[in-house]
Ligand binder design. Structure first.
Ligand code: T4K
Length: 376
């Protein structure tokens, strides 16, 4: 007799939605004032609210995280090579390439899966203009080492903080590091504006540039100063964002319980490794990545991923394959030396984590995995 299985599928994430009545109240305000987009009142309120929540000097909103990242690279007028990580979502690299820049891939460290800061310097050439690290899964990069290098070589640092909304280093909002940081507020994230993105930064000049780029380069009713794009956040997104911000701390607390639950059940399973909370870091529990040691577990990552489906658990292989293995990049990056990133990509699995999951589910996860390995 097998164990009892849950009857509804559990996916890697489930978007947070506020009570519908509360959203309808805000929708009425949109109906009353008839401004649907183009820097409307909710947009302005959300920009202020995010500055406070993230503890940053500036926040410029975008319709999604990807266009935010593309826009900030454009605003900085970069030319040449950008050192970045292959262990990320395609968006990071696409933002570089869509700006006519060349990505140079640096290996990651095996502990937090972020850029291995000790390997960056060897990749710097006279063409290097910037470093684009990713706080992957919400775990902070080695911001101090990166800043030291950037200062020494006069490079810009733009953090892809897509996963890191609300994360703090020694109490300082993670958006304060580097020349700019991009937060994704996509439905699948800890905090969502349906789709959305924000660029945070210190330099006030960047604000005008970003606002200009995201609105076609328009500077006045009859003037267009540059070749811009349309990447504006609309009022429906901004209203959702304002509302969701009220629930965020509670959601993060619930996620923390899930992370603790997982650690508790997984600690006894040889061959499964997970990340611990780090000293001095306020985590957001955006993702729960695990690493599979095939020999110890007695099965591969892929086999576990498949087997869990029979238990109605749908994990994801974030981030496999590496960006350098994608069809559109593979021919150009055959020579990149990325042993650690390759190992991690081959072993990683991200488990479901979101506020609506119950601690009981983490027990079910442990039992399911044990049931699976018992059978191999
Ligand atoms: N940089 C990094 C490092 C990123 O990870 C991302 C995005 C970006 C930049 C770009 O930011 P955005 O432009 O997206 O703001 C998802 C997200 O679409 C994407 O935002 C995210 N990273 C990436 C890691 O994950 P997919 O293709 O894996 O999503 P999808 O549709 O398979 O959704 C995952 C699961 O979530 C589904 O199995 C079910 C559930 N789900 C999803 C959606 C959208 C729902 O239940 N309801 C929903 O509405 O990319």
């Amino acid at each position: 007799m097998g164990m009892k299985k849950i009857d509804t599928p559990v996916y890697v994430t489930k978007p947070f939605l506020p009570p519908i009545e509360a959203y309808i109240t805000l929708l009425r305000e949109i109906w009353d004032c008839n401004v649907l987009t183009n820097n409307g009142p909710f947009h302005q309120r959300l920009e202020e609210a995010l500055k406070t929540y993230l503890g940053v000097a500036n926040s410029v909103l975008f319709t999604n995280g990807h266009l935010a990242l593309e826009s900030v690279l454009r605003a900085m007028n970069l030319r040449g090579e950008v050192i970045t990580t292959p262990f990320t979502f395609a968006s990071t690299t696409h933002a570089i390439v869509n700006n006519g820049l060349k990505p140079v891939f640096c290996d990651i460290n095996p502990y937090q899966f972020t850029l291995d800061a000790s390997k960056i310097e060897a990749l710097i050439t006279d063409k290097t203009c910037a470093i684009l690290p990713v706080h992957v899964f919400g775990y902070p990069c080695d911001v101090e080492a990166i800043e030291t290098l950037a200062k020494q070589y006069g490079l810009k640092v733009i953090y892809d903080a897509a996963h890191a909304f609300g994360v703090k280093i020694k109490g300082v909002g993670i958006g304060n590091y580097g020349d700019a940081a991009m937060f994704s507020m996509h439905a699948t994230k800890v905090y969502n504006t349906i789709e959305g993105g924000s660029i945070t930064f210190g330099d006030n000049q960047l604000k005008e540039e970003l606002n200009n780029i995201k609105n076609f380069g328009i500077t006045g009713p009859e003037t267009v100063c540059r070749v811009g794009i349309n990447a504006k956040m609309n009022e429906f997104q901004a209203a959702m964002g304002l509302l969701n911000l009220q629930y965020l701390d509670e959601q993060i607390k619930k996620r923390k319980l899930i992370a603790e639950g997982y650690r508790n059940v997984l600690k006894d399973i040889p061959g499964i490794y997970y990340l611990e909370d780090q000293k001095d870091i306020t985590h957001n529990y955006a993702y729960f990545p695990i690493l599979i040691d095939e020999t110890q577990l007695g099965m591969t990552r892929d086999a576990l991923h498949e087997a869990l489906k029979a238990y109605n658990i749908f994990t994801r292989k974030y981030f496999y394959p590496l960006v350098t293995a994608f069809e559109c990049y593979k021919p150009f990056f055959q020579d990149a030396v990325l042993p650690c990133a390759e190992t991690i990509a081959n072993r990683v699995l991200t488990l479901p984590i979101y506020g609506d999951l119950t601690p009981e589910f983490t027990i079910y996860m442990g039992e399911s995995i044990k049931d699976i390995i018992k059978k191999v």
